[in-house]
Design a protein around this ligand. Sequence first.
Ligand SMILES: NC(=O)c1ccc[n+]([C@@H]2O[C@H](COP(=O)([O-])OP(=O)(O)OC[C@H]3O[C@@H](n4cnc5c(N)ncnc54)[C@H](O)[C@@H]3O)[C@@H](O)[C@H]2O)c1
Length: 285
Amino acid sequence: MSNNLLKGKRGIIFGALNDQSIAWKVAERAVEEGATITLSNTPMAIRMGEVNALAEKLNCQVVPADATSVEDLTNVFKTSMDILGGQIDFVLHSIGMSPNVRKKRTYDDLDYGMLDKTLDISAVSFHKMIQSAKKLNAIAEYGSIVALSYVAAQRTFYGYNDMADAKALLESIARSFGYIYGREHSVRVNTISQSPTFTTAGSGVKGMDKLYDFANRMSPLGNATADECADYCIVMFSDLTRKVTMQNLFHDGGFSSVGMSLRAMATYEKGLDEYMDENGNIIYG
Ligand SMILES: NC(=O)c1ccc[n+]([C@@H]2O[C@H](COP(=O)([O-])OP(=O)(O)OC[C@H]3O[C@@H](n4cnc5c(N)ncnc54)[C@H](O)[C@@H]3O)[C@@H](O)[C@H]2O)c1
């Protein structure tokens, strides 16, 4: 259902890979709410993923960029302003990747070259994005820049590995740049800390199915879905949140404030074995 919350607004959505991607849902919702947008992802993701199909569906253009390249990012903002016909009102950074996680290097055996890449792709790219936009004066007054984060920035989740450090840096960049961009151009910068979600990036996390189940039992409202995350992003892009900036906003069904839930305690008491099949997979029910 559309409430025209983004009527007349121009946006850039980074990170839609396939129809599981959170960015994919955000792009669909943004257009439904009246925005015109461009999409961006790496040339490889555009070739291997389904971004072009989304662009066709939403009648928008794709501007390729490796988010670690300032030159590429500058081109995305310039080209998007040309295509959309003016300054940009909202930006979604929905980008994350850890070579250490991919190569199954544990946190006490990190490859530091790979750590550099994790931090560059998943966090410093957010700074590069905002700095490129600011230098071009590409974001309109009260424009809204949002990146997606995870609670492992604050608390330890073993399998999340060096992505936890990347998310802590990402959230810090939102605060540091949010101050400068807010003071100088009234531009808002926030992160949304989302529940575990089954996507290509999410499925790379060690023990994701068990983590998902645990978070679901711990959260009074249950895990937030990708569609629900898209709804929250729309509100953050809209004029209804003009004074919200420099925040990390939890969108997790309450998970981050719970110590132990009744449901999780009941499961713990019975013993997890009862909930697993012979292969150690969680049985849902
Ligand atoms: N899935 C979850 O459980 C979950 C939970 C909380 C936060 N998040 C965050 O949400 C965001 C989106 O992830 P997702 O779960 O939708 O998975 P996804 O795999 O669909 O999206 C990740 C995107 O990052 C892009 N990407 C990787 N390297 C890039 C680079 N160098 N330049 C530009 N783009 C690059 C990929 O092409 C892909 O489109 C990530 O920041 C992720 O950490 C995910």
